[in-house]
Ligand binder design. Sequence first.
Ligand SMILES: Nc1ncnc2c1ncn2[C@@H]1O[C@H](COP(=O)(O)OP(=O)(O)OP(=O)(O)O)[C@@H](O)[C@H]1O
Ligand SMILES: [Mg+2]
Length: 379
Amino acid sequence: MPTEAQITDALRGVIDPELGGNIVDLGMVSSVAVDPDGHVDVGIALTIAECPMRNQIETDTTRKIKAIPGVTDVTITTTAMTKSQRAELMSGVRMRAREEAEPTQVSPLTRVVAVSSGKGGVGKSSVSVNLAVALQRQGFRVGLLDADIWGFSIPRTLGAQARLEADAETKLIEPATVHGIRVVSTGLIIDSEETALMWRGLMLSKALEQFLGQVAWGELDYLVIDMPPGTGDIQMALSRLLPQAEMVVVTTPQRAAQKVAIRVADMARRSYMPIIGVIENMSGFTCEHGDVYDLFGSGGGGELASDLNVPLMGNVPLNPAVVGGGDDGVPVTAGHPENPAAVAFTEIAARLVELLPPAADETCTGRIAKLLADLDVPV
Ligand SMILES: Nc1ncnc2c1ncn2[C@@H]1O[C@H](COP(=O)(O)OP(=O)(O)OP(=O)(O)O)[C@@H](O)[C@H]1O
Ligand SMILES: [Mg+2]
């Protein structure tokens, strides 16, 4: 049976995008109760009853709690804060914002999507890049972080050659902008054996810390993170540094990959990262005569999704243009958006936006400020 402390810990991953803090520290969690049968009741006090963030906070809360082993169901009861509770919360928020420097440069408004898998070589990097391109083409502000510190492949796949440089004043690293995406990768930093050695000395999680804490990411709707193969350290470090991170799982169509499902579920549990959904990659290959060959089997994505109890977000066909795009630095979704693999990536990106909508920028305080400005009332 999950403990109340575990629930509270997970709730620290739910961010009120408007206030820029987690709902526990903001004092918005009014009660937590766990039944012996794993049913969790959470009370949330919203700043105002008709807060436009309400839906988002409720779905985020449900997702975070359901990721905890032993939880069977979640009920959320929302109430509205009294005027004095609200005043207290707002002054606390302002104080903290002044006192605490941001631990990372990633805005709490940015949705963080870690592209993971239970085993290597299934297409995480290809999916990350094409998903980022597809999101960018749909009008979102997108960042792409290559968290595969030593196995980096993002610079080649994107045709990125820029060297990252730090701003002299802020000392923050400026991401490279490629295909309209803000990109950071170890491959864009090392340029000599010497720097390589220096970086190699750093622990992997330290490198990730630097990428999140010392890069001027700016305002992004989505930060896509290409995770390294294997499960463990980097995932844990990521969820510690960015509690709002969630993952999508890439798998091949091969069936009976039970071990993979167990590994992924275990990874999600230990890092408290909810799983948004599964993407099946390298699905049926269509030859020039229109016949479809399931070279890597079929049904694996659906099977994994149902094992993990999350949606199958889509299937990306096996297509030479994915490899070609990766080799010549123009991802298929950017170079050949009509290609069936690109179409699949585009549909999957749209599905992602449905499942994990960008944090609304029409916030309560933002709207109130605008209203006041329109009324010409001095604030
Ligand atoms: N849908 C696809 N059709 C054809 N080739 C693909 C497809 N997806 C990926 N590939 C190719 O498969 C290879 C492995 O893909 P990728 O590097 O994206 O996997 P990965 O999971 O990131 O690997 P690693 O675990 O090593 O980081 C690459 O050569 C890539 O071009
Ligand atoms: Mg990779």
